[in-house]
Design a protein around this ligand. Structure first.
Ligand SMILES: NC(=O)c1ccc[n+]([C@@H]2O[C@H](COP(=O)([O-])OP(=O)(O)OC[C@H]3O[C@@H](n4cnc5c(N)ncnc54)[C@H](OP(=O)(O)O)[C@@H]3O)[C@@H](O)[C@H]2O)c1
Length: 307
């Protein structure tokens, strides 16, 4: 039985892990800065039944003393780091905060895990790449982030890899779920309220259901044999516009017209990669993981959204 600690456990992936963990046979400790919101707890209860662990212990991942003590006191052998500064546009005007959470906190966690001899599973992003590609990005491709979020996430990867701890860095992309704030939930709301919306049609990637990523983490952690980077997203690819159309079509929001637009027509603080599809060959070869198609997983998520 493993003793697993999850950081940022009230976020999208953290909540998906709470559901996936129920009945796993491992011992789990879910931590975050505060308790989960009432809405999150209600969703977890509806989906998971009584076995889902709803408790959140307070752990600030930027506090090295608290991290070390928590790992030692609870004899933790595996840490899954879901805590991050994920607001891509806000990161441009808050680079110090983004650096603290995305680069410094992984260093703190990696050092603490090295001391206890455990395994750090660290989640990273397709935004470490610049998008200047037309074939899926491999783990061996050179990162070249376009903005503060991607740059600080890359710094976090490097800190983990250089720490000397046992680690698995999992890069994912376009994460959405029934929890928290994400593109899928925004489109559900907008298409139920507005007669028309415009969505960018010149950025391509792969939507990834947090529930699928959580289940994948549970499958690969017991098979750890070497440290490294692996890519995981759902399979397939689309633009944000195509993703939005699929969401609205699936739930029958036909009264809202969705029009495509160019990134240039929808200026944001952060530049985003135009093409960030990730190659999943390595995770398939090493762990036998075959991700579901994004359309299939979207249907699964929408059932849980109650849409
Ligand atoms: N979201 C995406 O589209 C996406 C895409 C690719 C990769 N990723 C990566 O996937 C991972 C999980 O993302 P997610 O969408 O699940 O993130 P999320 O929903 O934003 O959750 C992050 C959690 O970390 C918490 N947190 C913030 N500061 C903290 C601190 N000092 N100590 C402990 N916890 C803290 C947040 O609390 P507050 O809400 O109170 O701040 C939140 O509960 C991240 O590493 C992210 O970079 C995400």
């Amino acid at each position: 039985m493993r003793r697993i600690l999850v950081t940022g456990a009230n976020g999208q992936l953290g909540c998906a892990l709470r559901l996936a963990a129920a009945g796993s046979g491992d011992s789990w400790l879910f931590t975050d800065l505060a308790d989960a919101s009432d809405e999150t707890l209600a969703r977890l209860l509806v989906q998971g039944g009584p076995k889902v662990d709803l408790a959140t212990m307070r752990l600030d991942v930027t506090d090295a003393n608290a991290v070390g003590k928590m790992l030692r006191d609870n004899e933790i052998d595996t840490v899954i780091n879901c805590a991050a500064y994920t607001a891509v546009d806000a990161a441009e005007s808050h680079p110090a905060e983004a650096h603290l959470l995305n680069a410094e906190a992984p260093r703190i966690l990696a050092n603490a895990v090295r001391e206890t001899g455990g395994l750090l599973v660290h989640i990273s992003t397709d935004y470490v790449f610049d998008g200047n590609h037309t074939i899926p990005w491999k783990e061996t491709d050179l990162p070249s982030p376009l903005g503060v979020y991607g740059r600080t996430k890359l710094e976090g990867e490097i800190a983990v890899a250089e720490s000397g701890c046992k680690y698995m860095i999992i890069r994912t992309a376009w994460l959405y779920s029934e929890f928290g704030k994400n593109f899928c939930k925004t489109i559900l709301k907008l298409t139920s309220e507005r007669p028309e919306i415009r969505v960018v049609n010149d950025q391509f990637g792969t939507p990834t259901y947090a529930g699928d990523l959580a289940e994948t983490l549970l499958r690969i952690i017991p098979k750890y044999s070497r440290s490294g980077i692996w890519h995981y997203t759902n399979s397939g690819q689309c633009s944000w516009y195509e993703f939005a159309r699929a969401i609205a079509a699936e739930v029958g929001h036909t009264n809202c017209r969705i029009d495509p637009c160019a990134t240039a027509e929808y200026p944001t603080a952060a530049r985003r990669p135009a093409w960030s599809v990730l190659d999943k060959t390595r995770i398939a070869e090493d762990f036998g993981i075959v991700p579901p198609a994004w359309e299939e997983s979207l249907r699964r998520c929408l059932r849980y959204c109650g849409a």
